[in-house]
Each structure stands twice: as structure tokens, then as C-alpha cells.
Ligand binder design. Structure first.
Ligand code: PLP
Length: 375
């Protein structure tokens, strides 16, 4: 066989057509059809998205129903529902309501914390590589950014970050799990770090992928915010809840800090978004389904990496980071020809690729394509 592996080639080649062997006994017609992307066949123009760490199953169907219904009231300035969402989150997280700010994605509070830190001047310290939102904001508002390379095993190097702190440090950003490298920071070491350095600077812990972690050595730092005005924890509905384009996120912080952050809020979250999030956050079954599927997809990728002898970081989120042993851009371009879009390269790791998990059956398609093109 030459040329592109078509969707039909894949289905025939994996014997999925002949009884769903590859898809397992729980395979359904919907699983099989999901190789279609957003109702249309996959192609370079309509690729399976394995690039932005999104939830491939989308918004919880119950929440979607609520969102659609809520649009009937979208002509009104009704934002009172924010209180209800805050109540739900406060109960889930066991923190007071006044310690929670709701926003249009966590990006809004990355911007706000970046602005707050930037305006106080001085240095912001962050690992490298990491998620860039807060760094851009802090730089725009006047901060000097100091980046600390991750350790040899690609985990965030807390000791090196500790050494980078000076009298000029006003803010420290820690993304846990990190992105693009899905590593985590050990909970006791992180708590000790937060308590020590929050005496000198604001510590921002970005927990965008918090819900995906299944490792006892990980913990949220949300329990620290009540008594430490210099610690801010950020969460988002964009990932496990599938709200990337609906826009709901949170800052958890001391009430005094929340008041400061609110000054930088860019707007308000829409009524349908708030209504949808209130439903979504209360449906644990759906989260479990998404997390189980994520780990199924991760295992499919790990197996391929092991077979092809490609080193990878143990993933604590909905994406992997692995050494393709070839130019990451070449991998990205080649996969796109077969209708798969993976993450962009991150300096200085030119051969390392980030792949966001899609549905398990889509990961199997990626494995077929990958082995054909690079095996
Ligand atoms: C670590 C991290 N923080 C924050 C965000 C932004 O999320 P939001 O959609 O809530 O603005 C992302 C998005 O990919 C992310 O990876």
C-alpha cells in the first residue's frame, strides 16, 4: 500500500469493521463513527484535534441541554447565577465563597495576576517551558521575567527556582500539572515552597489539569489560600468540562486578594456559560467517564512509545510529551496529511512532541498512521 492511509484503510486494516475487535467489547456504533470529526470526515482541513488539550467528548450532554435552554434568556443582564456556581465550587473545594472569583476562563485570572504582579515591578519567576499566559501579561505590565529550565527528568526544578528568588522577586508562577510537559510537583515539597516564598512574593499555582491527576503524590494548593493572601490557585472549566469556547474559570484566593484581582477583570461570564458550568460541576459521573477515557488513550500512546523505543514523560494530564527522535515539526506536518493535528514544538526541545489525547479509537488511528510513517 502506498500513499495516504485513508479512514477506510484504517477500519479494514484494524478489523474494526469486522466486529469491533480493536474497539473492545463496549464498542458502539458511535465509537466507530467518532473517527469523523465534528460531523465531517477527517482531512488536513478538518483534522482530529490532538493539539490544544481539549476534551474530545465535548461538553457534558446534561450541561449542553442547560446551555441551549439558557440562551432563551441570553438577552437579559442576569448574572445572579454566578452566586449559585460559586456556592457549588465552595462546597466541592471546601473553601469560603468569598475566596472564589468566577471569570471567563482561567485566562482572565492569568491576565489579572500577571497584571497585578507586573504593576508592582520586579521579577516574575517561572519554569521553562510552561504555559505562557501569565508571563505575557506580567511582561506587558512591567515585570521582568526570569525563567528556570526544568530538571533533566523534565519535571519543574523547585530547587533551582528556590535559588532564582531574590529581593526583586514579586511573583512565582507554577503550573501543576505543567504544560507542555505533563509532570507534577510532589505535594509536600510544593506546600513547603508555597509557605516559604509566599512571605516574599505572590505564588500563582495554575491547576488547569487538576481533575486529570491520579497520583497520590499530587495535591491541590487550594487549602492554603484562606490564610495566605499571597497564594492564588487557578482552575478552569475549559479542560475536563469541555468549556474551552464557553469560557468559565476560577481564581481561589484570600478575599483581599480576590478584591485586587477583580479590578483587572475584563468582563462578565455569560448566563448560558454560568448555567452550564453549574450543571457540569455537579456531574461526577461524566468526569469519571472523561478521565477513564483519557487514561485509556494515554495507555494506547505509551504502548506505541514503548514499541518504537521513544522516551516519554509520565502524563498527569490529557496530553503526552515524548521524544520523537526526529524534528517535531516534521512529525506535525506529516501527521496533518493524514488528518491529525498535534501540538507545536517548544524550544529548546526540537525533537519532543506534545500530543493531546483524543478518543481511544482516534488514538488507535494515530498509532496506525504513526507506525506507517515513522515506525
Ligand atoms: C496550564 C493552562 N492554564 C490555563 C489555560 C487557559 O485556560 P482557559 O481556557 O481557562 O483560559 C490553559 C489552556 O490550555 C493551560 O494549558
Amino acid at each position: 500500500m502506498t500513499g495516504k492511509l485513508t479512514r477506510r484503510d484504517w477500519l479494514v486494516g484494524t478489523s474494526a469493521v469486522a466486529g469491533g475487535v480493536m474497539l473492545g467489547s463496549s464498542a458502539s456504533a458511535q465509537d466507530m463513527g467518532s473517527i469523523m470529526n465534528m460531523g465531517a470526515p477527517i482531512s488536513p482541513e478538518n483534522p482530529i484535534r490532538m493539539t490544544n488539550n481539549e476534551n474530545p467528548y465535548g461538553i457534558n450532554p446534561k450541561a449542553m441541554k442547560v446551555i441551549v435552554e439558557a440562551y432563551k434568556r441570553a438577552h437579559t443582564y442576569n448574572f445572579t447565577i454566578r452566586g449559585e456556581l460559586t456556592k457549588v465550587i465552595a462546597e466541592m473545594e471546601n473553601i469560603p465563597e468569598e475566596c472564589i472569583a468566577v471569570g471567563a476562563g482561567s485566562g482572565e485570572y492569568l491576565m489579572a495576576t500577571g497584571a497585578l504582579c507586573g504593576m508592582s515591578g520586579g521579577d516574575m519567576i517561572a519554569p521553562y517551558p510552561t504555559f505562557g499566559g501569565i508571563l505575557r501579561s506580567a511582561r506587558n505590565f512591567g515585570a521582568n521575567i526570569i525563567t528556570v529550565p526544568v530538571a533533566d527528568d523534565l519535571t519543574i526544578d523547585l530547587d533551582a527556582m528556590r535559588k532564582a528568588v531574590t529581593d526583586k522577586t514579586t511573583c512565582i508562577y507554577l503550573c501543576n500539572p505543567n504544560n507542555p510537559i505533563p509532570s507534577i510537583i510532589e505535594k509536600n515539597a510544593l506546600e513547603e515552597f508555597c509557605l516559604e516564598f509566599s512571605k516574599k512574593a505572590m505564588i500563582v499555582i495554575d491547576e488547569a489539569y487538576y481533575e486529570y491527576v491520579r497520583d497520590d503524590s499530587f495535591s491541590t494548593m487550594a487549602h492554603l489560600i484562606k490564610d495566605n493572601p499571597n497564594i492564588v490557585v487557578l482552575r478552569t472549566a475549559s479542560k475536563i468540562h469541555g468549556f474551552a469556547n464557553v469560557r468559565v474559570g476560577f481564581a481561589f484566593a484570600h478575599p483581599d486578594t480576590i478584591r485586587e484581582l477583580m479590578k483587572f477583570r475584563s468582563g462578565t461570564t455569560s448566563y448560558p456559560a454560568l448555567m452550564g458550568a453549574t450543571t457540569s460541576y455537579q456531574d461526577a459521573d461524566y468526569h469519571k467517564f472523561v478521565i477513564d477515557k483519557n487514561y485509556e488513550s494515554l495507555n494506547i500512546l505509551y504502548k506505541m512509545f514503548d514499541e518504537l523505543d521513544l522516551p516519554y514523560v509520565n502524563a498527569h494530564a490529557n496530553f503526552v510529551y515524548y521524544n520523537a527522535k526526529r524534528d517535531a515539526k516534521e512529525v506535525r506536518d506529516k501527521l496533518l496529511e493524514s488528518g491529525i493535528l498535534v501540538g507545536r514544538p517548544y524550544e529548546p526541545y526540537k525533537n519532543w512532541v506534545r500530543i493531546s489525547t483524543a478518543k481511544p479509537e482516534e488514538m488507535k488511528y494515530l498509532v496506525e498512521v504513526y507506525k506507517r510513517d515513522f515506525g
